[in-house]
Design a protein around this ligand. Structure first.
Ligand code: TYD
Ligand code: MG
Length: 454
């Protein structure tokens, strides 16, 4: 008889291993590998043993209507979902503890309920009374949301199967336990099994299921990344604790563009939508000061202006500090190296601090030119003109590469009162009335034109 196949899985990263080991090869964690239940062997080998039923097949030309979407009326949320919630879809909302996930989803549940959809909110973390109190504080006491406090997956599924709501919110996936497997709530096995059953339920019954997941310090949904692969949409709720801005970012979306963002402000009365994020992100800008550059970016389908701030100061350390918040520190190192190698502007012996104002995070390569401008302006102690925005990707040779959607960026800048833009020469864009455009072929000429001989 064939030996049962046993699987070993790392409880930290979810990697599967052929045999038990003290340390996980994939993530390096110690004592995290557990044995999982053996796979069942099925009815046997060979085609004769196939017992399944045939799957109905269609061809690519088959036309199906686009999925109908349920709008919550919270525009920032609907946009990140790709235009609304698709029935039967499974959504994971990840974020640090305390960032506002429960608040957001309670508001979303109320909004869907008020829009005529049946909504159920199951909390495994708080008692119903606590959730109700929060709802009253948020002014949602009258919304027809059904509440439950439960962690037993079987009971939750039975309830959902009886009620058949349009939207079910499970807060959080880490508190659930399934009696089908023997592992503690929050462990990889439990999280994966619970998510799997809920996703299957969503597909079968057409209920949109929204799962809340806490994120570990390393920035992963705690436990298995496998949950990210199971669901249709992964949204991250981000923000700095000290700031009031919160950003809902689509990390993956089978039903819409990824990288789309929704911007909210945490207020005493819950999360408020921010319809014009550029104005908010630039609102702290005062008089033109050295080290500040305004980047005209694109987040998903929407232009967003942000302020990049740099501080450059003599260092007392053998290896000077490079502190970067909200930007990719690898890109910043590359830009510092290009400035040094191609423009002969050294940063050795200088501490460098860089961040994006307002606690925003920017990932676009087009940020390069604004980062370089902020660094140079801080180093030279010379403010950039207050009426100017910048964008462009810097290559290792120091050349500027064009970026997409230049026109959208320029229009947004003009709307916010900017009258000049510096961008790569090769950018395809017609002139825009009211905007002067400085076209720059490479970083050296940018340094020359903006800061004299450099
Ligand atoms: P919460 O939604 O409980 O976070 P999560 O579910 O991600 O752990 O949000 C908790 C924080 O939000 C808490 O520190 C207080 C703050 N908050 C407000 O500032 N205003 C409000 O109206 C609410 C409900 C919460
Ligand atoms: Mg919560």
């Amino acid at each position: 008889m064939a030996k049962p196949i046993t699987a070993f899985t790392c409880t930290a990263c979810g990697a599967s291993q052929p045999k038990w080991a003290g340390r996980c090869d994939a993530c390096g964690a110690w004592n995290t590998i557990i044995e999982e239940a053996p796979l069942s062997q099925g009815p046997g080998r060979g085609l004769g043993a196939l017992k399944g039923s045939a799957v109905p097949l269609t061809d690519l030309a088959t036309r199906e209507a686009p999925p109908p979407r349920a709008q919550s009326g919270i525009a920032e949320l609907d946009r990140v979902l790709g235009g609304g919630l698709v029935p039967g879809s499974a959504i994971l909302v990840g974020g640090d503890p305390g960032i506002g996930k429960s608040t957001l989803l309670l508001q979303a549940a109320a909004a869907f309920a008020r829009a005529g959809k049946s909504a159920i909110y199951i909390s495994g973390e708080e008692a119903s009374a606590q959730v109700r109190m929060r709802a009253q504080r948020l002014g949602l006491g009258e919304a027809p949301v059904r509440l439950g406090a439960e962690t037993a997956l079987r009971d939750i599924l039975t309830t959902l199967d009886t009620e058949r709501p349009d939207v079910a919110i499970i807060d959080s996936i880490q508190t659930l336990w399934s009696d089908r497997i023997e592992a503690a709530p929050g462990s990889v096995g439990q999280v994966r099994a619970s998510a799997h059953e809920l996703v299957t339920f969503a597909k079968r019954r057409g209920t949109a299921v929204i799962l809340v997941g806490h994120v570990t310090k390393e920035g992963q949904i705690a436990g298995p990344r496998v949950v990210e692969h199971m669901v249709d949409t992964v949204l991250y709720f981000e923000g700095e604790r000290g700031h009031q801005f919160r950003i809902l970012r689509a990390h993956k979306n089978r039903f819409g563009p990824a990288d789309e963002i929704g911007v909210f402000e945490m207020t005493g009365g819950g999360l408020a939508e921010v319809a014009n994020p550029s104005a908010l992100f630039l609102s702290e800008r005062g008089e033109p000061s050295p080290g500040s550059a305004v980047f005209a970016g694109i987040e998903g389908t929407r232009p967003v202006l942000t302020e990049i701030q740099a501080l450059v100061a003599p260092s007392t350390l053998a290896s000077p500090r490079r502190t970067v918040v909200g930007l990719d520190s690898g890109r910043v190192s590359t830009i510092l190296a290009v400035l040094e190698a191609r423009c002969a502007i050294p940063f050795a012996g200088l501490d460098v601090f860089l961040n994006v104002a307002g606690g925003m995070r920017v990932n676009e390569p087009a940020t390069d030119l604004a980062i370089a401008a902020a660094l140079l302006s801080a180093r030279e102690d010379a403010p950039l003109p207050a009426d100017t925005v910048l964008f462009g990707e810097i290559s290792l040779s120091g050349a500027l590469r064009p970026v997409t959607q230049a026109e959208n960026r320029l229009k947004e800048a003009r709307k916010l009162g900017f009258s000049r833009a510096i961008l790569p020469s090769a950018t395809k864009v017609e002139g825009i009335s009211g905007m002067r455009i400085g076209r720059i072929p490479d970083l050296t000429s940018f340094v020359g034109e903006t800061f004299g001989a450099g």
